[in-house]
Design a protein around this ligand. Structure first.
Ligand code: SF4
Ligand code: MG
Length: 361
């Protein structure tokens, strides 16, 4: 499988009352073509900000202060404006989304990257029928398509997401919550994007509906092979559907692995806490464990490891150094290159001083 997105050292800040909020801190990860990556973490851990930054949808006062998001698409070479004379040169030139021009962004959106905000009511235009909203997207981005072809595409898309064709004449308020979600997915898929970013609603949408939508997305992914970044605080949902999972804390990724790696053997004490904060539905029973305290103020992040104020295993090195994401030996072949954990417990340099990891196993 090939790389689709390579995020490197991304940082996002914004000015707030009494200081600068460090919402995303030095985040790096790789997404492969067709992969479903779940981003988990408590609210305020930087998940949405990270996704918005990648989609270039951040609004002031949030600013990207550092980093790259290299996007490798089949058409990225064109997007980057590189002449394609040299046919032998088959390596794709990635486009750095974080530094893309307005014109390049216009090309990227919908065509390559679609963002689905799950607050479905706000994402749809209340005065346009579902069909007309899809037609709008096609009209803007595929001006060469004729009226008949557009109509046909609308039918195709609705069929794909399980909405009957006669529903294209319905207005959003005439549809159920689940149906509106499907309509949004149909719009997101209109131009065959390679990446879909799904952000969970802050107000809890019915868990049943969320699961339904994800099942739908999974099913469509097997047909269309797009990649997905799915953002949620519900780790149990990710354990069912994601290929890989990244767990965020205080704006950083603290652990990345396959869902099996994360489920069977969470390395980071925070991941362990998240996994054991809810009763297990699948697999072995675990001891219920709750993480004391609450996430830190992002204007004033603790020195060293940001989790140390809540970590039952914190030791001398923890306040002194920020733990880097270090690769670990993953059990899953697919994540052997990307599995990593940011915790001093796994750093050989601190093995002597570190408490026994067994305490959390
Ligand atoms: Fe806990 Fe230290 Fe690991 Fe942070 S680095 S998670 S404080 S043991
Ligand atoms: Mg959020």
């Amino acid at each position: 499988t090939t790389k689709l997105l390579d995020v490197q050292h991304l940082c996002v800040d914004y000015e707030a009352e009494n200081g600068t909020v460090h919402a995303v801190n030095d985040v790096s990860f790789t997404l492969r073509r067709g992969e479903i990556l779940g981003l988990a973490g408590e609210s305020g851990s930087g998940k949405s900000t990270l996704a918005y930054a990648i989609a270039r949808l951040l609004r002031p006062p949030a600013i990207i202060t550092q980093g790259k998001a290299l996007y490798y698409s089949r058409s990225a070479t064109e997007l980057a404006g590189t002449p394609q004379k040299n046919q032998q040169q088959s390596t794709t030139m990635p486009l750095d989304v974080l530094h893309a021009s307005a014109k390049q962004l216009q090309q990227l959106r919908w065509n390559e990257i679609s963002v689905v905000f799950q607050s479905a009511m706000n994402a749809l235009n209340p005065v346009l029928t579902i069909g007309d909203q899809i037609i709008d997207v096609l009209h803007t981005h595929r001006p060469a398509m004729d009226k008949r072809a557009r109509r046909q595409r609308v039918n195709e898309l609705l069929d794909l997401v399980g909405i009957s064709a006669d529903r294209q004449y319905s207005y959003p308020h005439e549809l159920s919550g689940g149906m509106r979600q499907r309509a949004i997915i149909a719009i997101a898929l209109a131009l065959n994007p390679e990446l879909i970013i799904l952000d969970e609603p802050t107000t809890a949408l019915d868990v049943v509906v969320q699961r339904e939508i994800l099942t739908e997305i999974l099913h469509l992914r097997t047909q269309l092979n797009f990649a997905v970044i799915f953002i949620t605080h519900d780790l149990s949902l990710l354990l069912e559907v994601a290929d890989s999972i990244s767990i965020m804390y205080a704006g950083r990724i603290v652990e990345t692995g396959s869902r099996r790696d994360i489920y069977r053997h969470p390395r980071h004490p925070y991941s362990y806490g998240l996994l054991n904060a809810f009763p297990s539905l699948i697999g072995p029973k675990r001891k219920m464990y709750s993480i004391p305290g609450s996430p830190p103020d992002l204007r004033n992040i603790p020195s060293g490891c940001a989790f140390r104020t809540r970590c039952p295993l914190a030791f001398t090195a923890c306040p002194q150094h920020i733990p880097a994401l270090r690769p670990y030996q993953a059990e899953e072949k697919e994540t052997q290159e990307t599995a990593a954990v940011a915790c001093h417990l796994y750093d050989p340099a601190y093995r002597e001083q570190a408490p026994d990891i067994k305490e959390i196993e």
